[in-house]
Design a protein around this ligand. Structure first.
Ligand code: ZN
Length: 290
């Protein structure tokens, strides 16, 4: 069945709620500056889809939420559909508030490394602050593997259904990232998604769910997760590794003559290509995908 990925909604939250009901998913890409931001927007234009761009905390720290918001406002002038801006994996309530004040559409408060009570407390604070600004809040429960996150057993990283339910009911985040076996970055083995646990969680709470670690997940697993309630997928590693490797190759070739716009004119389309490839995997019900 064909599904429309450029349908208009009154708000981002309405989009997520509709996507959860209709088994669609908003592809969300970590970007680092104006070049990969532009590449994502060009890819979304090519695929005629809404898209989300996300700043990881070091990017928000370096460029500032105020400047990044303006950059996104700039690229929206050339976008066919919506370009939403999200703060990814912030562990700081204050950083979330700064992003909300700057005009972000959505923020993630990641209390997953804290005890459940602390996670609920942090999430509540951000939810209360975001409400009047109409900003979506993503919470996380369970652990996403990789990047220094150590786990001893399945029980240690899989989100427990009762914890998810408690966090959702007490803190009332709009969307929830759940640890179900995916990992950040490239992993030596294919990550094993625990679909059984995903099914239990999707049954337990009506909130749109968020799949992290999108780079390493096989397409069919991405698509199965979407049909089970994943309404946002985060994809980061493939964007910045393509960017860095391709730029480095060209800088080495150019040596002392390396000049940013010449290098980036060649690298930008390559970033766009990997984003188009991921958009095809995520928007798999779209008639544009062949
Ligand atoms: Zn993540």
């Amino acid at each position: 069945m064909e599904k429309n990925f450029s349908e208009d909604f009154a708000s981002l939250l309405d989009l997520f709620k509709a996507y959860r009901k209709t088994e669609r998913c908003l592809a969300s890409f970590n970007v680092n500056d104006n070049y990969d931001l532009q590449a994502v927007v060009e890819a979304a234009n090519e695929m005629d889809t809404h898209v989300m761009v996300m700043t990881y905390p070091p990017v928000a720290d370096l460029i500032t939420p105020q400047v990044f918001t303006k950059m996104v406002e700039g690229v929206r002038l050339n976008a066919k559909n919506k370009v939403y801006l999200h703060l990814d994996h912030s562990v700081s309530v204050d950083q979330c508030k700064a992003a909300i004040d700057s005009g972000y559409d959505s923020v993630m408060i990641d209390g997953s490394q804290q005890a459940l009570e602390e996670n609920i407390k942090m999430t509540k604070q951000v939810v209360a602050y975001a409400k009047s600004a109409n900003v979506v809040v993503e919470a996380e429960i369970g652990k996403i593997l990789g990047r220094g996150v150590e786990v001893k057993s399945d029980d240690d990283f899989l989100a427990s259904v009762s914890d998810v339910k408690q966090l959702y009911e007490e803190a009332q985040p709009d969307i929830v990232a759940v640890g179900i076996g995916t990992a950040h970055g490239f992993t030596p083995q294919e990550p094993k998604i625990h679909f059984g646990r995903l099914g239990e969680i999707a049954e337990a709470i009506p909130a749109p769910l968020v799949l992290h670690g999108g780079t390493g997940i096989p397409d069919l697993d991405i698509q199965k997760s979407i049909t089970m309630g994943m309404s946002k997928i985060n994809i980061g590693t493939i964007v910045h590794t393509t960017y860095m490797q391709e730029a480095m190759k060209r800088m080495n070739e150019a040596g002392m003559n390396a000049y940013p716009p010449f290098i980036m004119k060649e690298v930008l389309p390559l970033i766009k290509d990997v984003v188009v490839d991921r958009l095809k995997a995520v928007n798999f019900q779209n008639e544009l995908v062949v």
